[in-house]
Structures are given as structure tokens and as C-alpha cells.
Design a protein around this ligand. Structure first.
Ligand code: HAM
Length: 419
């Protein structure tokens, strides 16, 4: 029979990599706790229209990259391509915003985008993200940047830079859009097909084009940052001041437009060049119109998300798996009932117990126990059972001694134990 292989753009994560993966999540949880963020778990599937309405119908994510599921009752669902829309949907749906608009959430989990897989770009990837709802102050924009940077530093990534921009409010974006539209029309013949469409439907999206020829043209495009209204400019100044207060170094990159339409005012990316072409390790910004777009009140929001696979690619964290627990080594199947009972007794004391039912010679069982990375092996044979004592072997040192069952439990639960 032919092998069934995994879906293109997905990965299996196990062994040392899963230990690192969980360590990154653990570090993030620690930082979220310190900043007062609470966890939220939302479904992996949502109504397709949630993403059309929040991310925007004319974005690449919605137009080309969603995994769509049609149910038997003809409902259109989508595997979530990101977390913000779901968090805001949950916040509005549960009417949380009426009782307490001020909320801080964090989440971790898989996201799905039907992109062309390449290094650092998967079709199923994992994000750690946070959303801060209900705060207009530029302090909140700075807080989420600091949050992202704190997690990145906890993960011992040092070679990164924070790039920020302001996309303005809906009003200043509208007037900028018509200026940009004129620029795109002037260069229409030299644009790629996608940008020609974008120039008519959503000119700002054109600036996100990856086509080299288009990118060259956009170097001389009018800059949104120079066309902000007074209030947006003041907000952007405030974000910069607060980032300085928080000790976050940053550069202004007026070319950041982001691939999602919900952003207003602040947009940021944390870049690490070591990652290669897909060099954003985290990204986010403000989305003041999203809550009302999804049926809630006029409530502002800011947030960010980072890709766990990208963090793992650049982290200097090393997770060493220390020896833990015990392997029970019965010398024949005659001793298995005793071994099984002993294993359960020790597990109830919260000791890690590995029992390998394949048995075999002492040498081969000890070899397997070593591969399990246990601290001890308990050897059970005729001599042990008749004397009422068990042989406890220190797997690191290779030393052995006889112990009673009562002594065994206290030795294994003691901090330094027999070893
Ligand atoms: P995003 O920029 O689309 O933003 O994704 C955030 C991060 O997810 C990226 O910087 C990258 O590290 C990772 N990522 C995205 N796509 C892939 C992929 N195909 N393969 C591997 N990693 C990927 C958002 O998702 C927004 N929801 C962020 C946000 C939260 N804005 C406000 N709140």
C-alpha cells in the first residue's frame, strides 16, 4: 500500500522541536501574565463572512488564501487565517463589551492560509497573539509592541528591529486613497495584473505587492504618513513617545501597509533578517473600526500576533531534557503483573513510570530505558521478589542498590532521591 503523506504546507512537530515549541508558549504565557492578559480559546472554524467583513474582501487572505468548507446545509465556513477577527467576534457575541469594554486577551493556536509554501511560510502555522480592547490611548499601542518585544526577548532572539507606521483613520485614508489612485493610474501600463485591479478597487493594497517591478514604481508613490490628519499625527507622536518611555527602539517605515484591511493608525512589524524572505516574526497594530464592523459599539482595539515556527527558527533557547522518572524492568513476563501494579502505585505519587512490555535481556531493557531518558530503572527478578527488595539502578552513574518498596517510594519522591 502506498504511504499517505501530510498535506502540503503542514508539518509534524515532535521530539526536541515540540519541547522548544512548548517552551516558547510557556515564555509567552509568563509575559502575558505579567501584563494582565487573560487567555481566550476560539474555534478553528468560523463563518466565512467573519473574515470577509473583518480582514476585507479585497485582501489576498480573503480573495486567495482561505481554506473554505461548504457544509451539508450549504453554509460557507473557513478555517481561521488569523485570530483577531475571532477574538473580536467572541467579545461582541458575548456582549462582554457592554459590561466591560476594557479587555485584554491572549491566544495561541493553529492558523490556516492557502499560500505558496516556502521557507518560513506554511499553510498551517501557529500564532501567539494578544488583543487589547477598549483603549484609545497611544499607551495601548506602545503596550502591545512592548508585549511582542518582551516575548521575543524572553525567547532569546536578539537580532530584531521594530518598524512602525501609521495608516491613519478612515477619513485620512480615504483622501490618501484618491491621491494614490491617481498615481497608480499614471503608472497603470507598468503595473502587474493584480495591482491594476487593486488600483480600481483598493489602491492601498497595491503597496503590499511583492512584484519587483511594482515595488520599484511604489518607491516614488505618495506617502500616507505625510498625509495624516492632525489627530492621527498626534496619536502617532504619542505612540513614539510611549515606546521611548518603555525602552523600545524602533524605526519608522512608511511602506508598512499590512495585508489586512482592519488596521487604523498604528501598524508595526518586528523584523528579523535571519529569517530570509519571510522576515516578519511578529506584526500588529490598531483596529478602531473592527468592533463596530462586527456589530459591537465604537470600541477601539490594538493587538499583535507572532509566528511560533518563525520564533523557533531564530531562538537561541536550548531546551535540555533532563532525566526524569523510572523505567520498570521485569526479567520475564512472570513478573509483569507485579510490575504493572508497582507502576500504577508510583504514578499515583506523580512519578513518571515507563513500562516497556517487550521485555528481553537485562542489557536490552536497560538500553531502552536509557533512550527513555529516565533517571532510574527498577529491576524485578526472582531474587528481588523472594528477598522482598527491588534493585534500583541509577541510570546516569550505572550504580545499583537493593531497596524495600517503602524505601523506594520515598527515595523516588525525595528531591535528590537515591541519586
Ligand atoms: P499577520 O502579519 O498576518 O498578522 O501574521 C502575524 C505573524 O504570523 C507574522 O508576522 C508571521 O510571524 C506569522 N505568519 C503569518 N503567516 C504565516 C505563514 N503562512 N507561515 C508561517 N507564519 C506565518 C495577523 O495575523 C494579525 N491578526 C495580527 C494582529 C493581531 N493584529 C492585531 N491584532
Amino acid at each position: 500500500m502506498s504511504k499517505i503523506i501530510r498535506v502540503r504546507g503542514t508539518r509534524d512537530i515532535s521530539g526536541e522541536e515540540i519541547a522548544l515549541f512548548r517552551e516558547v508558549e510557556r515564555k509567552a504565557r509568563k509575559v502575558f501574565y505579567q501584563f494582565g492578559y487573560k487567555e481566550i480559546v476560539t474555534p478553528l472554524i468560523e463563518l466565512k463572512k467573519l473574515f470577509e467583513r473583518s480582514i476585507g474582501e479585497e485582501t489576498d487572505i480573503v480573495e486567495k488564501e482561505m481554506f473554505i468548507i461548504k457544509t451539508k446545509s450549504d453554509e460557507q465556513l473557513a478555517l481561521r487565517p488569523e485570530g483577531t477577527a475571532s477574538v473580536v467576534r467572541a467579545y461582541v457575541e458575548s456582549s462582554m463589551y457592554k459590561k466591560e469594554p476594557y479587555s485584554r486577551f491572549f491566544y495561541t493556536g493553529p492558523m490556516f492560509r492557502y499560500e505558496r509554501p516556502q521557507k518560513g511560510r506554511l499553510r498551517q502555522f501557529h500564532q501567539i497573539g494578544a488583543e487589547l480592547l477598549g483603549v484609545e490611548s497611544p499607551y495601548s499601542d506602545a503596550e502591545v509592541v512592548k508585549l511582542a518585544v518582551s516575548i521575543i526577548e524572553e525567547c532569546e532572539v536578539t537580532n530584531y528591529r521594530v518598524e512602525i507606521n501609521s495608516l491613519g483613520c478612515r477619513r485620512c485614508r480615504l483622501s490618501y486613497s484618491s491621491t494614490l489612485k491617481k498615481f497608480l493610474e499614471k503608472n497603470f501600463d507598468n503595473l502587474c495584473d493584480d495591482c491594476r485591479k487593486r488600483s480600481r478597487r483598493n489602491p492601498l493594497r497595491a503597496l503590499d505587492c511583492k512584484n519587483e517591478a511594482c515595488r520599484r514604481i511604489y518607491k516614488s508613490a505618495p506617502v500616507l504618513l505625510e498625509n495624516l490628519c492632525e489627530e492621527c499625527m498626534k496619536h502617532f507622536d504619542g505612540v513614539q513617545e510611549n515606546l521611548k518611555v518603555l525602552g523600545v527602539s524602533f524605526v519608522i517605515n512608511p511602506l508598512i501597509v499590512r495585508g489586512l484591511d482592519y488596521y487604523t493608525k498604528t501598524a508595526f512589524e518586528v523584523i528579523c533578517d535571519e529569517l530570509g524572505a519571510q522576515n516578519a516574526v511578529a506584526a500588529g497594530g490598531r483596529y478602531d473600526g473592527l468592533v463596530s464592523e462586527l456589530g459591537g459599539g465604537e470600541i477601539p482595539g490594538t493587538g499583535f500576533a507572532m509566528g511560533i515556527e518563525r520564533i523557533i527558527e531564530i531562538t537561541k533557547l536550548v531546551v535540555t531534557q533532563k532525566r526524569e522518572g523510572v523505567s520498570i524492568v521485569p526479567m520475564s513476563d512472570k513478573y509483569l503483573p507485579f510490575a504493572v501494579k508497582l507502576a500504577m502505585k508510583l504514578r499515583r505519587k506523580n512519578i513518571r513510570v515507563v513500562l516497556d512490555y517487550r521485555l528481553g535481556s537485562l542489557k536490552s531493557q536497560l538500553k531502552r530505558a536509557d533512550r527513555e531518558n529516565v533517571k532510574w530503572a527498577i529491576i524485578i527478578g526472582e531474587e528481588e521478589l523472594s528477598s522482598g527488595k527491588l534493585t534500583l539502578r541509577d541510570m546516569e552513574r550505572g550504580t545499583q542498590k537493593s531497596v524495600t518498596q517503602d524505601d523506594l517510594e520515598s527515595l523516588l519522591t525525595e528531591k535528590n532521591g537515591y541519586c
